[in-house]
Design a protein around this ligand. Sequence first.
Ligand code: CP
Ligand code: NVA
Length: 298
Amino acid sequence: MNLISMADLSLEGVMDILDKAQDLKEKRKHGKTVDLLRNKSLVMIFEKPSTRTRASFEVAMTSLGGHALYLNWQDIQLGRGESIEDTARVLSGYVDVIAIRATHDIVTEFAKHATIPVINGLTEVEHPCQSLADLLTIYEFKGKFSGLKFGWIGDGNNVCNSSILACALTGMNIVVACPKGYEPNATIVEKSKDLGGNAKITHDPIEAAKNADVLYTDVWVSMFDEEREERLRNFRSFQIDKALVDKAKHDVIVMHCLPAHRGEEIAPDIIDDPRSVIFEQAENRLHAQKALLVKLLG
Ligand code: CP
Ligand code: NVA
């Protein structure tokens, strides 16, 4: 099994991962050693920078008794033209699972030729590992998914696309507020409807924030984007600030996948507001990915 898209998982699959993640989180808190992945190896191939994904995958493998290897795109033969097919076939002979951060076409091509599970470590289209940690965080704070309002403010980007699918799988009602021209991927929105979702797209941040249980934002300029100045102009009125958070339910949780640009998509004081769960969310990358790895390899 691969994890390229959130749509690769069923609701049962998601809940299985979340249960395992909570169990592993609890065990870690009590200092219990769990070596479910003894002698297993993960290779990470990253074409773009990463703090959370890289560090949490490496720590996840080590603390489960396995091993992780990080390969920078430019340091391996892929960077000077070796084919994706050959790279995928060779690495499949060395390790047990591959996590890759590159364009969606490359990740899909990699998965086609690898003979071991391939995990999407972020493409311009999706970021499913982030969504698993987000679901874990929402479940911890809200104790349920069904019927929650998930307000997305900002760019209809990779994290937004995976959130739309995550909401469809778990029965959350997502309302995406983005500037015109920055809507989420239309194919993914369609796919989410096939999964029973009811994603709503608007250009009014207040519509997304009003009575929300979860408020989420991400950077205005993602790693695969180029036109920074134009984006900064177009996204000006899509900042999560106190006035917007106050429109949500009194017990709203504010989320951000990080890295954040304080003062752009999120007001600096909101990151540290009591309603923010951003750093719990970041920690949950570790627990959710441990559970994912165990599901794929255990
Ligand atoms: N949220 C996330 O994926 O962060 P990194 O880019 O640091 O991995
Ligand atoms: N949308 C952001 C997410 C970073 C984790 C990006 O692609 O850069």
